[in-house]
Design a protein around this ligand. Sequence first.
Ligand SMILES: NC(=O)c1ccc[n+]([C@@H]2O[C@H](COP(=O)([O-])OP(=O)(O)OC[C@H]3O[C@@H](n4cnc5c(N)ncnc54)[C@H](OP(=O)(O)O)[C@@H]3O)[C@@H](O)[C@H]2O)c1
Length: 253
Amino acid sequence: MSEAHERIAMVQGASRGIGLALVETLLEAGDVERVVATSRDPARSEGLAALRARHGERLACEPLDVTDEDSIRAAAQRIGERAPRLRWLFNCAGILHDAPVRPEKRLEDVDPALLARVFAVNAFGPLLVAKHFLGLLAHGERSVLVNLSARVGSIEDNRLGGWYAYRASKAAQNMFTRTLAIELRRRAPRLICVALHPGTVATNLSAPYRGGVDPDRVFAPRQAASQLWSVAQSLTPEDGGRFLDWAGKPIAW
Ligand SMILES: NC(=O)c1ccc[n+]([C@@H]2O[C@H](COP(=O)([O-])OP(=O)(O)OC[C@H]3O[C@@H](n4cnc5c(N)ncnc54)[C@H](OP(=O)(O)O)[C@@H]3O)[C@@H](O)[C@H]2O)c1
């Protein structure tokens, strides 16, 4: 089969942090022709506005709220009209803290509303995006669906405890990624779906919690984005359903 179609990438959760850095990385990558960036209100993102000023029509921005299925469905419809085949989709949206959401330090902090909000963004979000964008990704040529996960979602690696909602939402997201990858082996064997851990990255999300991390082990968003892009480019169909870190190394479930 020829690989002649336009090479279009989409970044969901692109207004800031790793998502915004990925948009910039992809716009500079020689083998990506156009980038579609989504967030709840992309018009409010100064970072996206600056990239749009620099790259013009190569960057299109669309609103998409992962907690609202109608918004995901409508975004897929609009994007599909101008980008009927996506080569790469990066699901980046995620929350760890977002007033009134604060990661739990102990059992007494567990709150059903907080659990529901964090699961809605981190776990259900990427799955619903996959549901509505499958038609744009499953086109018979190689395509890649990356769900940004987190090492703290590893059950085996959990030695510190705490952060009930965030940890469990990422473990659930990982299960969704794995389950989807198994279904895709049958339905869309050239669509590779993986969970990637970006490392600790200097963004709003990690800002209050980086104190104990060696600064040499904290990546700048652009560095993290270029590492994730390298891993995404190197993936083979055998990687479908894996949980990998920023260097492409497997992480225990
Ligand atoms: N930073 C790290 O150290 C680190 C480590 C491990 C994993 N991760 C993962 O990497 C991903 C990106 O994190 P980050 O550090 O870049 O976070 P960030 O800087 O806080 O950015 C989060 C992004 O998520 C979007 N978002 C939040 N709620 C949304 C919703 N309901 N619908 C659509 N978009 C929504 C935000 O867009 P708007 O608010 O503008 O809509 C923003 O673009 C997350 O999944 C995170 O769990 C990060």
